[in-house]
Structures are given as structure tokens and as C-alpha cells.
Design a protein around this ligand. Structure first.
Ligand code: ATP
Length: 248
């Protein structure tokens, strides 16, 4: 696996506003085409790790004070999110962040501002997103704010796909959604991974679900990696929830 790793985070420390230590020491890797889960209780530091990688930490006044982050072997620490998207890393934030007053399709148009393909090519790419998420095709003329939470999550992922990512950082995709729609979203994530080779680093509080879909997982506890391993091995540990995930 060492040969084909695309993301390498080593020993990062992340601090908010120069004072609040959110991530003390986290190292992780993602291989090309892997699905890696980042698990942990509320406040363990999952979102902060993703923001440190995508360059969005700065927007929250968070700084990486120690460690390295490499993508394709290049040091990417401090590179802005839009430039990272052009290199193939895209971050789907927690809470979905679609434009509520724009239609589903207008949201997809807005997602293509970075690479600005020609109109024909863009329509083709949007059609491709609809093929992955047929519900979005059905709702293309609906205001995004009026669609269901699951559809908004699909829209956020679909919009990210328009940047043609090789690595998607996905923050809590299941948050606040009904189990059935969460299953549907995870199935599509699995297919995007197998059929398009997209790698995912996904943060989740839902450990069972993530371990069922991931190759490997890291469990964070108070800004440290408490445990890491193959997802299948971790899924067999019945002490996982009690010890590391806040007794859920
Ligand atoms: P959640 O599931 O709640 O998002 P998480 O594991 O993603 O949890 P983080 O959001 O990364 O955890 O938070 C890690 C720590 O950093 C927490 O102690 C949190 O209070 C703190 N923190 C997060 N965001 C900020 C911020 N904008 N300013 C200050 N402290 C923050």
C-alpha cells in the first residue's frame, strides 16, 4: 500500500485561534482508491483534521502548527482549498452547505466555477452526476432548500464530483439523515470508489456503517489516533464503542 498512497498526514497539531488545541498528534494515510474512515466521538477532532487537509482550516482561524501533509508526495500544507480542488482534493463540509435558494441544477452549475469547462462539457458532466444520483435529476428544477436532507447531501457530493476529484474529504455524510437514505448514499460512495476509483476520507460518528464500507479506519480520541487498522478487524471488536466512541 505504501507505493500507491496519495495522501500522507504526519504528526499534525492543529490549534484554533492560537490557543485551543483541537488536534494534538494525528498521522494517517489514504491510498489511491481507498475508502478510509475517521471515527471518533463528538469533538474528537475529525472535522478539524479534514479542514487541515483541505485548506479550509484557515477560514476558521485554525493553524497547523506541527507536522506535514503531502498529496502525491508534494507538501500541500497552506495551499488554498480552490487550488487543492484543481489538484484533485475536494472537501464536502458537514451540514451540506448547498445554496438553498438556487435550484438543484443551479447549484451544480455553481459547483463548476473552478474548472469552467465549456457549456456542452459541463452539461455532460452534470448529466453524469444525475446518473450517479438519479434523485437529483428528478429534483433538478426544485429549490435546493426545499429538497430533503438526503437529497441535499447528495447534491453536496454531486457538486464536489464536478471538480473531478481523486480524493473526496467527506464530513459526517450520515448526520441527521434517516437510515434508509444513509444506506443509499453509502452505496453510491462505494460505487464511485469501485467504478471511478475515487478515494474517500470520511469522518463519521456512525462507526458500524463506516466500517462496513471502508478499507481501513482511524479512531480519534481527544485529538490523537487511539486506534487504527483494517476496517474488517475493527468491526469485529465489540469494545470499540464503549472505549473509544463515547459509549454510544
Ligand atoms: P464533531 O462531530 O462535533 O464535528 P469532531 O470530531 O469533528 O466533532 P472537531 O469539530 O474537529 O471535532 O473539534 C475538535 C475540537 O476543536 C473540539 O474541542 C472543538 O470544541 C474545537 N473546535 C472546533 N471548531 C472550533 C472553532 N471554530 N473554534 C474553536 N474551537 C473549535
Amino acid at each position: 500500500r505504501a507505493e500507491n498512497r496519495i495522501l500522507e498526514v504526519s504528526g499534525i497539531e492543529v490549534v484554533y485561534g492560537g490557543a485551543i488545541l483541537a488536534v494534538a498528534d494525528v498521522s494517517l494515510t489514504v491510498g489511491a482508491g481507498e475508502i478510509v474512515a475517521l471515527l471518533g466521538a463528538n469533538g474528537a477532532g475529525k472535522s478539524t483534521v479534514l479542514k487541515a487537509i483541505s485548506g479550509l482550516a484557515a477560514a476558521d482561524r485554525a493553524t497547523v502548527r506541527r507536522g506535514h501533509i503531502r498529496f502525491d508526495g508534494d507538501d500541500i500544507l497552506g495551499i488554498a482549498a480552490n487550488r487543492l480542488a484543481a489538484r484533485g482534493i475536494v472537501h464536502v463540509l458537514e451540514g451540506r452547505h448547498v445554496f438553498p435558494h438556487l435550484t438543484v441544477e443551479e447549484n451544480l452549475f455553481a459547483g463548476a466555477f473552478l474548472h469552467r469547462p465549456g457549456r456542452r462539457e459541463l452539461l455532460r458532466q452534470i448529466d453524469d452526476v444525475y446518473d450517479w444520483f438519479p434523485r437529483l435529476r428528478d429534483k433538478r428544477r426544485t429549490q435546493a432548500g426545499l429538497t430533503s436532507g438526503g437529497e441535499q447531501q447528495m447534491l453536496a457530493i454531486g457538486r464536489a464530483l464536478l471538480t473531478q476529484p481523486r480524493l473526496v474529504l467527506l464530513d459526517e455524510p450520515s448526520m441527521g439523515l434517516a437510515p434508509r437514505i444513509v444506506q443509499e448514499i453509502f452505496q453510491i460512495i462505494g460505487r464511485l470508489n469501485r467504478e471511478k476509483g475515487v478515494a474517500f476520507l470520511l469522518s463519521e460518528q456512525n462507526a458500524a456503517l463506516s466500517l462496513a464500507h471502508a478499507t481501513r479506519a482511524y479512531i480519534l480520541e481527544s485529538g490523537h489516533v487511539a486506534l487504527a487498522g483494517e476496517a474488517a478487524d475493527l468491526a469485529r471488536r465489540d469494545d470499540l464503542h464503549r472505549i473509544y466512541l463515547g459509549g454510544l
